[in-house]
Design a protein around this ligand. Structure first.
Ligand code: FMN
Length: 227
């Protein structure tokens, strides 16, 4: 499977979230060989979308001539698009958001009703593409934290999508937390294997992965000791 990972963490290889993403990809590779390309959004030359809608009217050519041309080509050649990012202000970090805004050329101006809402009609064939969001965050609570980012992901990519959200993710970069992070990463690897084999993740396993690794109060106390 051809997998394109867009890493939204400005910490690049030091990203907490990337530990989760790598474990998932390892699990996928245990099930079958995978062709993985990781791109760090912060390293790209991607201009902000100008909002001119030229791309949606002219068949998909953006007024900006930058790295986005190659990214769009790569998205269309991929089977799986992975958005790996830390939660920033309840959403995705700005460098990744700039990239996501610039996928506008894949849609045309025409809109159609889909269920109870409207969506733009595609002007490229990405019908085989699946979408995976992997998001870490610094607070211990999952509720009233990840919802805006998950909602944005679900509205952007309504079909063939899966969201993995893991609270307390700075622990993945803390060797002293290995006793709790290693078992969690083992579950993530299992989810990756399952995803590669079946195209989905068992609801119970997903819920376990998305839960806090240690009790919220304990995590907050540890963070506050160093604050
Ligand atoms: C600008 C900024 C905004 C943040 N906003 C949130 C937030 O809304 N909720 C949260 O739980 N953590 C928030 N965090 C914490 C990060 O999500 C957390 O440190 C995460 O582990 C960083 O992941 P990374 O190493 O993959 O970049 C924020 C951090 C920064 C720097």
């Amino acid at each position: 499977m051809k997998i394109l990972v867009l890493n939204g963490s400005p910490k690049i290889e030091k990203s907490d979230t990337l530990h989760i993403t790598r474990a998932f990809l390892e699990g996928m590779s245990e099930a079958a060989p995978q062709d993985v390309h990781i791109i760090h959004a912060v390293d790209l030359h991607v201009e902000y979308c100008s909002g001119c809608f030229a791309c949606m009217r002219n068949g998909g050519t953006c007024v900006h001539d930058d790295d986005m041309k190659d990214i769009l080509g790569e998205i269309l050649e991929s089977d799986l698009l992975v958005l790996s990012f830390p939660l920033y202000c309840y959403g995705m970090p700005a460098p990744l958001k700039a990239v996501i805004d610039r996928i506008l050329p894949l849609s045309s101006m025409a809109m159609r009703k889909v269920g109870d809402r409207y969506a733009h009609v595609g002007q490229a064939d990405f019908s085989r593409l699946r979408y995976l969001m992997i998001c870490g965050c610094g607070f211990p609570n999952s509720r009233r934290n990840f919802e805006p980012a998950v909602m944005q992901f679900e509205l952007m990519f309504p079909q063939r999508r899966t969201a993995i959200t893991v609270p307390e993710s700075p622990m993945f970069n803390a060797p002293e937390a290995a006793a709790v992070t290693e078992p969690r990463l083992a579950l993530v690897r299992k989810a990756g294997r399952q995803y590669a084999e079946t195209g989905g993740i068992d609801a119970g396993l997903l819920a376990e992965i998305c839960s806090p690794m240690i009790p919220e109060e304990q995590y907050a106390a540890i963070v506050n000791r160093g604050a």
